[in-house]
Design a protein around this ligand. Structure first.
Ligand SMILES: [Zn+2]
Length: 482
């Protein structure tokens, strides 16, 4: 019996705001800040304080919602999600429940089987909790709480269980992170906890339409953990079902060390949280003018860009992916296109993704330190024939290392390509005269020697001769001897 997996993802994303969701405390890097230094009575949950909605967080969430093709609610409502845990000083988390900010969207993903549409149920705003550190020291165990993270704005993005394979889960989560980074909504930095995943997963026999009983796996803090946890649970459920057993509805955690899921609690329903509307906050109203101004400032999104690069610029899919995978790379490329409208877009991309990137990787230099204008100037000099391809590569490396312009380097080193046909005629003649045996062998049928002679001419020209002109002249003189 074949089983089909139905997987939905809940993604928690820390929004890239300067201050927290409901107070003016700074959002700080948790790995580089002393505990409990960015806190105030609001985010510490002191009685009698009033939360205030962070406008920037709302705008970032709307941008994400629009990019995910969601409807943006004109009125959404904050709600209290009540539960007790030591990292939650108020005893409740302010979230959105019945009336989320964004809902009914979708995202297109690309897989080996083609494009698929994954429905996005909702995207809602909430606040993060604090962070607990459990210590076990000399037989004494205790926990420490750091509230720097308490109240940091979060966007929770929930998908329908439309994903069926690990490949699709990967495609969805990577595309989502790309989108959020693209819009500046979040750093998407998983090592710092800026993006966290939870998966719900069920299995059903092939041909059966009804979804099976689902488990939830929490604490998936890397793509790798998510992939492994899902594969593990797929195996467990497939085995349970094929041996006639039943899957229990459970909330699981992922243990990275053992590579197994562990039970956190059984069955958890929304009514366990006793949600009710947050009495200290007004409804969040997004009027048409506000929404329009955000829409107007949306950048061109990755899938639109991919399609445009393929149709208008004729780039290869592989190159398009490398460009669009990173917004800065894409911006650099577009700056190049703008600076050299006469060059072919393909020519620029070839130089950029091969020679330029190879040099940057080798030397550990960031693309941001390269000036697109001087880079395309070099590509133009090669394109015009001022220098040949291989000299171009050397000049590029020197440009990047020294910061000098391509022209300066070419002038200083006298690297101008020899296209002067008289000079090349003389060079070819010289090589043929100096190597009578090879010429004879060529004439008696060893035609590959032409390549060797070509190499000799290029060597005589110290690599500066125009290879096309040399090739043509060599052929002309050899033909004349036949
Ligand atoms: Zn605060």
């Amino acid at each position: 019996m074949n089983y089909i997996a139905d997987i939905g993802l809940e993604v928690h994303v820390e929004l890239a705001t300067n201050s927290k969701m409901f107070c003016s405390c700074a959002v700080v890097d948790p790995t580089a800040t002393a505990p409990n230094t960015s806190v105030c009575p609001v985010c510490c949950g002191m009685p009698g304080v009033l939360p205030v909605i962070n406008r920037n967080a709302v705008e970032l969430a709307i941008k994400a919602g629009l990019a995910l093709n969601c409807t943006i609610a004109e009125t959404s409502i904050f709600a209290r999600k009540n539960y007790f845990y030591p990292d939650l000083p108020k005893g409740y988390q302010i979230s959105q429940y019945e009336y989320p900010l964004a809902y009914k969207g979708y995202m297109l993903i690309r897989t080996s089987a083609g494009e698929r549409k994954i429905r996005v149920t909702r995207a809602h705003l909430e606040e993060d909790t604090g962070k607990l550190t459990h210590v076990n020291e000399n037989g004494e165990t205790y926990s420490l709480v750091d509230l720097n993270r308490a109240g940091v704005p979060l966007l929770e993005i929930v998908s329908e269980p439309d994903l069926h394979t690990v490949e699709e889960v990967k495609a969805y989560s990577h595309e989502l992170r790309l989108l959020l980074r693209w819009l500046g909504v979040s750093s998407g930095d998983m090592e710092k906890g800026s993006m966290r995943f939870e998966a719900n997963l069920s299995m059903r026999p092939e041909g059966c339409e009804e979804l099976g009983t689902r488990v939830e796996v929490k604490n998936l803090n890397s793509f790798r953990a998510m992939e492994q946890a899902i594969l593990y649970q797929m195996d467990v459920q497939r085995e349970t079902l094929s041996s006639g057993g039943k899957v229990k509805q459970q909330t699981l955690g992922w243990n990275e060390t053992t590579g197994k899921t562990v039970i956190q609690r059984s069955k958890e329903d929304a009514n366990d949280y006793r949600y009710f509307p947050e009495p200290d906050l007004p409804p969040l109203v997004v009027d048409a003018a506000w929404l329009d101004s955000i829409k107007k400032n949306m950048p061109e999104l990755p899938d639109i860009k991919r399609a445009r690069y393929a149709q208008e610029l004729g780039l290869l899919q592989e190159d398009i992916d490398r460009l669009v995978d990173d917004k800065n790379t894409c911006q650099f490329y577009e700056d190049c296109l703008a600076a050299a409208p006469r060059l072919s877009p393909k020519n620029i991309v070839n130089w950029m993704l091969t020679d330029l990137f190879a040099w940057l990787n080798l030397n550990g230099v960031a693309l941001e330190s390269v000036d697109p204008k001087s880079f395309v100037q070099l590509v133009e000099l090669v394109d015009q024939g001022t220098i040949n391809q291989s000299t171009g590569k050397e000049v590029l490396a020197e440009m990047l290392a020294s910061g000098k312009s391509a022209e300066e380097i070419i002038d200083a080193k006298g690297l101008h390509q020899i296209s002067d046909s008289n000079l090349i005629t003389d060079l070819v003649q010289g090589v043929l005269q100096a190597n009578p045996n090879e010429v004879q062998a060529y004439l008696s049928g060893k035609e590959t020697l032409a390549n060797w002679m070509f190499g000799q001419v290029m060597r005589e020209a110290k690599g500066k001769a125009n290879p096309q002109v040399v090739k043509a002249e060599l052929q002309r003189q050899l033909d004349a001897l036949k």
